[in-house]
Design a protein around this ligand. Sequence first.
Ligand code: MG
Length: 377
Amino acid sequence: MSSDNAILLPGLQTYKEREAVLLAPYAMRSIDSKGRKYAEPEHPYRGPFQRDRDRILHCSAYRRLSGKMQVFTGEMGDYHRTRLTHTHEVASIARTIGRALQLNEDLIEALALFHDIGHPPFGHAGEDALNECLRDVGGFSHNEHALTIAEEIDVRYHGFPGLNLTSEVLDGQGVRADKQNPDLKPLLEVQLVDAADSITYDAHDTDDAVKLGLLTLDELAEVSLIREMLRRVNERYSNLSPRVLRQTLVHELIDYQVSDVLRQCGQLLATAELQNAQQARLSPISIEPSDLVASQKSELEKFLYDRVYRHPEIIRVREQAQSRLRKIFAGYLREPGRLPKRYLTRSESVGLPRTVGEYIAGMTDRFCNEQYERHFS
Ligand code: MG
């Protein structure tokens, strides 16, 4: 750290000192970061992953997650998760696990806040429709689109395009975008955010589906994981109201999965004598659920798929959203003059179909519906 910084922060612990004390040897340290594409001076008191976290938090694609659906639309009430509250829950669960394992919480938080930033309106229905519309030019994936936002689209800083995030955050997202590639074994922090994402949606989709009346707890008890959670809850409490029972079940579901990951990985990491993050990345240890919980989770996910994601009401919303997206996409191709000027400029380098797809992907559900009603219905 330069002498200027030392004067600015007399007596304060720097992030390097903090990481040296708090992180395990296998955690990703800021001082070992491969850095950013465009070199920038060091910040006096925020570490590189903290700065990434802040850049993500302040970008417009992040704020728009509040207007994007996770599984259930805004017309269905205001209890259920949006893409933004899902993201917060992932970050919270990931940090809990990361702190217990002495991993780099700043990196974990940045990765978690970033992970769904490329989601188009209307969740996976929207993604599937855009993928179809862009089939001839390489398709659309929300994981890849997050990287395009961060590297090209979100222009808000002087001196470089995009957010100029660290390689560790970009590479972590790159692994999400290329899940089929077995050669990409990511940092433990990246694996952890992936595990936390799954813990989070399994728990909150269960909660939301029951709250919205698409499922009853009795129906859910067909699933062995839910039966086991209900048994644990009933062992501790009696006479819970249906509302408190549902919420206690969800807390139990999160706690059970988090504890399982910690049991599964904690002991292995503690005894493996890993010297650094790269060694840990290449080691056979993975941050993931045990085989038992993995199979319980896939039974729950199959149940949710059949009974919730394929519920007639969700299918109706899905079909409506996809039909609108297809019409909007065709509409902008026909009338590119409706695109904002900077997107028109971008179309000169990446082509019109890709640009239209990117513009639509940035829309909230509400804005997308509005554009549809106003110009393309
Ligand atoms: Mg997610």
